[in-house]
Design a protein around this ligand. Structure first.
Ligand SMILES: NC(=O)c1ccc[n+]([C@@H]2O[C@H](COP(=O)([O-])OP(=O)(O)OC[C@H]3O[C@@H](n4cnc5c(N)ncnc54)[C@H](O)[C@@H]3O)[C@@H](O)[C@H]2O)c1
Length: 437
């Protein structure tokens, strides 16, 4: 099949690379000239395990191409996926900014020739796909197309595996022809018996938000339990293990931490809330999860402040990890972006390390933050060490060496990677999340 993807970000690039790996011919389009010229020369502009190999292999075999210009790629394609960003609106009211999707629709419309299936892969509120169809019809009355919604569930850091072996594929369609095209696109997944959920377009659009919001609720729930554990002297690790062993609850997403972040949960929970309010239905549980998440980040600031004696001014804070989770360079809405500026503003000196996120972090963190090349440099002279993101390389640190490099003894473990008892034996003042320090 001939597939064109509009928007070559995390989702567009992974989808394009994996579709070409399925054997389809793919052209990925992006407005960002720098991104496309890197991709044309075989360099992948984001960090995502295994992605570079797949991109390079399929580009070599001429199945995967990159361009800034859609004028040839649109008429050429049988299927066009829209995978542009849908960030929170700049007004700050929580609504999803759909302007990138609608701009893409306006760009595609005059270029369409022959029957084309236009698939919205971007996460966007109910009604967006129909708006795309309306824009296309208004711009090009001769266009022969169907519209579909195919939300994406990949997780950054595990995106290739998630795309190649998803738990399910959701297709929202209104014609059998559109369903047949999407079934052809995903044929290799049919062969490995991936569940395909076919729904109407509105349901498909809502499924993505409902799934993300449910996971956000689960994280906020365990974060609240962590606070309760600290206040009553209980251990959230044991608690999470025990409740997660109940199959109806499940063990995933029961890890307390500094709050959820990333490019999806924060904006998608807010957009779901606005969509629900606009349609006269409450989603108070989601609203509570959003509030708990904001409170969790604020609590982490207080935790670090209290750990250094109530005042961080003049203290050297070493930070390991900046991204919202390991195995990605994505810094969007990472908790570190709320926690570190608050400490910096109160006079703390902040030294940081992250295996992949430092380049992006420089764009968002205060300019006085100091970036180090390895985790041990972060520890040198630090009064307190904060483990912010559980990258594998922070799971087996030489703790004795760290202790000797630090000026202080405080270790704030926001991911509960280390054992409190062991840390105490080594002479650290240890503070986890939801367990006694
Ligand atoms: N990142 C994730 O983990 C993830 C997972 C599932 C779903 N999603 C959803 O997928 C969508 C895309 O997310 P992302 O993280 O890939 O975004 P991104 O910001 O990484 O990429 C979007 C890309 O689209 C390009 N673009 C915007 N308008 C364009 C246009 N008119 N023509 C060509 N290119 C254009 C931008 O230059 C950018 O490179 C969002 O709706 C997001 O919510 C993201």
């Amino acid at each position: 099949m001939k597939i064109t993807i509009i928007g070559t970000g995390y989702v567009g690039l992974v989808s394009g690379a994996c579709f070409s790996e399925f054997g389809h011919e793919v052209i990925c389009i992006d407005k960002d000239k720098d991104k496309i010229s890197k991709l044309q020369s075989g360099t992948v502009p984001i960090y995502e395990p295994r992605l570079e190999n797949i991109v390079q292999k399929n580009a070599r075999e001429q199945r995967l191409k990159f361009d800034t210009d859609a004028s040839k790629a649109v008429p050429w394609a049988d299927t066009i996926f829209i995978a542009v960003g849908t960030p929170s609106s700049r007004r700050g009211d929580g609504y999803a900014d759909l302007s990138f999707i609608y701009d893409a629709a306006r760009e595609i419309a005059p270029l369409l020739t022959g029957y084309t299936l236009i698939v919205n892969k971007s996460t966007s509120p109910v009604g967006t796909a129909r708006q795309v169809a309306r824009i296309i019809r208004e711009t090009n009355q001769d266009a022969h197309f169907d519209i579909a919604s195919n939300p994406e569930f990949l997780r950054e850091g595990a995106a290739i595996n998630d795309f190649m072996k998803p738990d399910r594929v959701v297709i929202g369609v209104e014609t059998e022809r559109a369903a047949d095209v999407l079934k052809d696109v995903y044929k290799p997944l049919y062969l490995i018996e991936t569940p395909i959920v076919q729904a109407d377009i509105e349901t498909a659009e809502l499924i993505k938000y409902a799934a993300n919001a449910f996971l956000a609720v689960k994280i906020s729930y365990i974060n609240e339990m962590a606070t309760l554990c600290e206040n009553v002297g209980a251990d959230v690790i044991k608690l999470a293990k025990a409740i997660g062993l109940d199959n109806r609850i499940g063990s995933k997403f029961l890890h307390p931490g500094p709050g959820y972040g990333g490019s999806c949960f924060p904006k998608d929970t807010l957009a779901l809330l606005r969509m629900a309010q606009e349609n006269g239905s409450g989603v108070r549980i989601v609203e509570a999860a959003i509030e708990v998440n904001a409170a969790q980040k604020a609590r982490m600031i207080r935790k670090i402040r209290d750990a250094v004696g109530g005042n961080e001014a003049g203290k050297i804070i070493g930070v390991l990890g900046l991204t919202f989770k390991p195995e990605t360079d994505d810094m969007r809405d990472a908790p570190s972006l709320t926690i570190l500026p608050a400490l910096f503003e109160k006079g703390a000196k902040i030294k940081v390390h992250d295996p992949q996120g430092m380049k992006e972090a420089r764009r968002y963190l205060p300019s006085g933050v100091i970036y180090m090349e390895n985790p041990y440099q972060v520890c040198e002279g630090a009064d307190v060490l904060v483990l912010m993101t559980e990258w594998n390389q922070y799971r087996a640190l030489d703790l004795k060496k760290i202790k000797s490099l630090m000026r202080g003894t405080v270790f704030v473990d926001l991911r509960n990677v280390y054992e409190p008892g062991e840390m105490k034996t080594l002479g650290f003042a240890y503070f986890g999340v939801g367990r006694s320090g």
